[in-house]
Design a protein around this ligand. Structure first.
Ligand SMILES: CC(C)(COP(=O)(O)OP(=O)(O)OC[C@H]1O[C@@H](n2cnc3c(N)ncnc32)[C@H](O)[C@@H]1OP(=O)(O)O)[C@@H](O)C(=O)NCCC(=O)NCCS
Length: 134
């Protein structure tokens, strides 16, 4: 998977979907936050964005179209996930999710650590795709 076009990034101009900090239990052997934990946060942030598209739909993730871990995340970082540029298809919606952190020793300064594009599909009660809008 490749990085998204930098011009397509939301940064802190996007919609704030989630803000959290993580614990030592979330680290990898290198002592930084495990990528799978960040992926989980990205998926949750995208789901929050889907609620704004059509709150009456149930969505499942069909693809993480692109992801790039640009810089590490550390225990104690204030992690913010921003979403932008939703692209609404017939049954699917793709959205850009950017992860920014404020380091403990640099309050007030957010740096971008991960960028991703995620696609969700609206499903009906039978688990099959249904139109996002309508
Ligand atoms: C989501 C699911 C219901 C879609 O069923 P499907 O029959 O494969 O869907 P379709 O081929 O009709 O495609 C549905 C939409 O997804 C889009 N899509 C399909 N594959 C895609 C991919 N690799 N990347 C991005 N979009 C994709 C299609 O273009 C279509 O969008 P559109 O209607 O806006 O044009 C089915 O794949 C599924 O249940 N997957 C598991 C989802 C899940 O459990 N996710 C949680 C993680 S385990």
């Amino acid at each position: 998977m490749t990085d998204s076009n930098p011009e397509e990034r939301c940064g802190s101009d996007g919609d704030l979907a989630l803000r959290t900090t993580l614990l030592p239990k979330d680290t990898n052997p290198a002592g930084t936050i495990f990528g799978g934990v960040i992926l989980s946060l990205i998926d949750q942030a995208g789901e929050v964005a889907m609620r704004k598209i059509n709150p009456h739909r149930r969505y499942v993730t069909i693809a993480m179209d692109s992801i790039k871990f640009i810089a590490p995340v550390f225990v104690g970082d204030l992690i913010s996930l921003y979403t932008c540029k939703p692209e609404v298809g017939r049954t699917s919606v793709s959205v850009q999710v950017d992860v920014l952190v404020e380091r403990r020793d640099r309050p007030g300064v957010e740096v971008i650590v991960t960028v991703a594009k995620v696609t969700y599909v609206a499903i009906g009660g039978d688990g099959k795709p249904i139109p996002v809008v309508g």
